[in-house]
Each structure stands twice: as structure tokens, then as C-alpha cells.
Design a protein around this ligand. Structure first.
Ligand code: IMP
Ligand code: MG
Length: 181
């Protein structure tokens, strides 16, 4: 049976499924860090909830920073151009950096950010994404940690938006193409 929310949206991953997977990712990241410190870099705004939960599932000394890039606007597809709206507050040279993203889609955003961050010569640069849509890839880029790999669906909730709405849905839901706005 398909789960639907009060708003009639179809649920792809429940809050319990998300919590379980985030806990596993946190354990893996903790193991890989071997006791070293971490700088978690969240990509605003979509990764806000994921970073908040993932950071509490990681058992190392961690600090936060945030970047923001240009978004999709009101449509469900990308313009192709990535623009940095907000850069890092602190230098990341010689640090262990984990970029935390909500969705790896075409890869344009993370390919741009990876290049930008590598210019600062971090000690390590890894990527954690909650969702991955490998079939949509334009840039050759993969995440080191993937929550769930999904087909080409447009999703909302748990930080992810459609025209800035639905970010506060606790579950990850499907945005149906005919959903009334
Ligand atoms: P990329 O540059 O195409 O990889 O796009 C990455 C960004 O597009 C993600 O961080 C999301 O903000 C946004 N995005 C891609 N797919 C979806 C979706 O299904 N729902 C909501 N936002 C999405
Ligand atoms: Mg995003």
C-alpha cells in the first residue's frame, strides 16, 4: 500500500526510514574519520535538515559552515549555470571537509563546488548526499556517501522544495506533475 500524507502527497521515504539511513551514514563517516576533526559544509537551503540530523549521528569533533548556490527558481528543471551566492565563512585549508547536499542530480552544483573547494587545498574533501539521481547526471561526479539512490523523480520535503514550498514536510514525498500549486 502506498503511504500518503494529509495533503494527499505520495511518500517516497518516511521519517523513520530517513532516520535509519542517516544513522547508518553517520556511523560510516565516523569510522572513516578515524578520530580526526571534521568541517561539515551544508549546501543551503535544501541540506539544512540533513546536515542537522547527520551531524548528530557523527561522533567526532565537528564544525559547520554553509554555502549557497543559485537555485532552480520556480521550475522543475535547471538552467545549467551555477552561481555562488554565499561562500564559506572560514578557510578549509588542511581540513577534513564533508560537503553535505540534499540531492545529487545533474551534478552541476557539486562539480562547481568541488572545484571551488579544492582550490583551498583541504586535507580531504568528501561528499555526502541524501539522495542521488544517477540517471540525470551531466557532470561526472559521484558522492562518497549516498542515502538513497532514486530514479528520475521530483521530490519534496525534509528540506527539499518546489518553488520554496514543502521544505518542512517531515517525509520525502513525490511532487506529482499535476499537483495544484
Ligand atoms: P544539480 O546541480 O542538478 O545536481 O542539482 C542539485 C540541486 O537541485 C539540489 O541540491 C536540489 O536543490 C535541486 N534539486 C534537484 N532535484 C530536485 C528534486 O527532485 N527536488 C527538489 N530539488 C531538487
Ligand atoms: Mg540543494
Amino acid at each position: 500500500m502506498t503511504t500518503t500524507t494529509q495533503e494527499g502527497l505520495q511518500v517516497l521515504y518516511t521519517r523513520q526510514q530517513i532516520a535509519g539511513r542517516v544513522a547508518e551514514m553517520g556511523e560510516q563517516i565516523t569510522r572513516d574519520l578515524n578520530g580526526e576533526k571534521l568541517v561539515m559544509v551544508g549546501v543551503l537551503k535544501g541540506a539544512a535538515f540533513f546536515l542537522s540530523d547527520l551531524s548528530r549521528a557523527i561522533q567526532v569533533d565537528a564544525t559547520f559552515d554553509f554555502v549557497a548556490t543559485s537555485s532552480y527558481g520556480k521550475r522543475q528543471h535547471t538552467s545549467g549555470a551555477v552561481r555562488l551566492i554565499k561562500d564559506l565563512d572560514e578557510p578549509i585549508e588542511a581540513k577534513n571537509v564533508l560537503v553535505v547536499e540534499d540531492i545529487l542530480d545533474t551534478g552541476l552544483t557539486l562539480a562547481y563546488l568541488r572545484k571551488h573547494f579544492l582550490q583551498q587545498r583541504p586535507k580531504t574533501l568528501r561528499i555526502a548526499t541524501l539522495l542521488d539521481k544517477p540517471s540525470r547526471r551531466i557532470e561526472k561526479i559521484n558522492a562518497d556517501y549516498v542515502g538513497f539512490s532514486i530514479p528520475n523523480l521530483f521530490v519534496i520535503g525534509y528540506g527539499m522544495d518546489y518553488a520554496e514550498r514543502y521544505r518542512n514536510l517531515p517525509d520525502i514525498c513525490l511532487m506529482s506533475p499535476d499537483h495544484p500549486e
